[in-house]
Design a binder for this molecule. Sequence first.
Ligand SMILES: NC(=O)C1=CN([C@@H]2O[C@H](COP(=O)(O)OP(=O)(O)OC[C@H]3O[C@@H](n4cnc5c(N)ncnc54)[C@H](OP(=O)(O)O)[C@@H]3O)[C@@H](O)[C@H]2O)C=CC1
Ligand SMILES: N[C@@H](CC(=O)OP(=O)(O)O)C(=O)O
Length: 373
Amino acid sequence: MMKVGFVGWRGMVGSVLMDRMQKENDFAKIDATFFSTSAAGGLAPDYKQTQKTLKDAYAIDELTRLDCIVTTQGSDYTHDVLPKLRAAGWNGYWIDAASALRMNKDALIILDPINGDNINNALDNGIKNYIGGNCTVSLMLLALDGLFKADLIEWISSMTYQAASGAGANNIRELLLQSGKLYDSVSDIINDKSATILDIASRVNQIINSAGFPKEYFGAPLAGSVIPWIDSAMENGQTKEEWKGAVETNKILGLTPDTVKVEGLCVRVGVLRSHSQALTIKLKRKDLSVEQISEMIASANPWVKVIANNKPDTLAGLTPAAISGTLDIAVGRIKKLKFGDDYIALFTVGDQLLWGAAEPLRRMVNILVSRYA
Ligand SMILES: NC(=O)C1=CN([C@@H]2O[C@H](COP(=O)(O)OP(=O)(O)OC[C@H]3O[C@@H](n4cnc5c(N)ncnc54)[C@H](OP(=O)(O)O)[C@@H]3O)[C@@H](O)[C@H]2O)C=CC1
Ligand SMILES: N[C@@H](CC(=O)OP(=O)(O)O)C(=O)O
């Protein structure tokens, strides 16, 4: 059996990965060992594996015994540990959710429904590093799979609405703590019909801007607000999250950089789970109807679900609340724009912890298992 080590399994992405692997009975196909950066020697999660205790995630000699390491621990860990493993002669497979290696020449960004052929070629050619893509990019590629397959896209403007859990486990807790503070500030008058709504709003505004409001992880209030900044700054006014849109899209599609132009603004919103994106797309053709475009999108892969452009269907199916915890990629509000017949807009929602993070990693483990003799 293939020996697979897991680092980062208790984090946001890691716990969703564990859940999916358990549901799909993936642990029965591998010999799993669990590692920790903070609790080596403690009890590992129980997936009926032989190794019951947590190993040290920095113990190079333990890691080099593995055929494959799956890490959802983050870029710092990758930068620290992988060079040491390779220097020690380790030639195993490195499967990673972090962005650290994505643009490296010796790494492939994995999203097998889109670039399964490239993954197989890379395996045949001895590539060892397989990296999950940025969540908004992976979700967008699955949503627009039909339009990419038909080579219809000239450029995309992507305005994102990214959930708190995209920033990690501590951030989701912080959003809930912030929400609790908002409620607490008005709990005595919220059901009192004689209280004026201005009093309620003003109390909320006061508490949001107070010094004690919990914002250690986000750096700003998110409950009752939005944060139009994700990740670090680039030199050209973009954030790194925005920069990833174009570079990762073209790399996943196997295109030369900047073939498909992707630009926009990435915004953190007070949603617990699932990222949404409003996309404006410049098509290469003017002669396609909304119905033809919708059909191309709907038939591209088993996960994309086109939602009819009306209020009841949109409210029922095109929201993070409706999509979270599923592998569905909802695409709706598809319409032509007055800019011209070659411009369309649409709204898409997908669970960034599933197709945006854990699922491509889980499927990569299975691709390796299927090749492991
Ligand atoms: N969140 C997302 O939607 C996506 C994340 N990614 C990438 O995946 C990597 C991991 O991200 P993510 O899972 O969000 O990060 P988390 O912060 O949730 O988890 C990373 C590690 O933080 C430690 N940790 C510290 N405090 C806690 C806590 N309260 N609960 C759980 N774990 C805690 C754990 O390590 P230990 O147990 O060793 O202490 C854990 O493995 C990052 O590189 C990220 O960029 C990629 C796509 C989407
Ligand atoms: N940055 C994304 C999640 C993520 O971690 O992406 P990346 O792996 O590209 O840094 C978000 O905050 O929603």
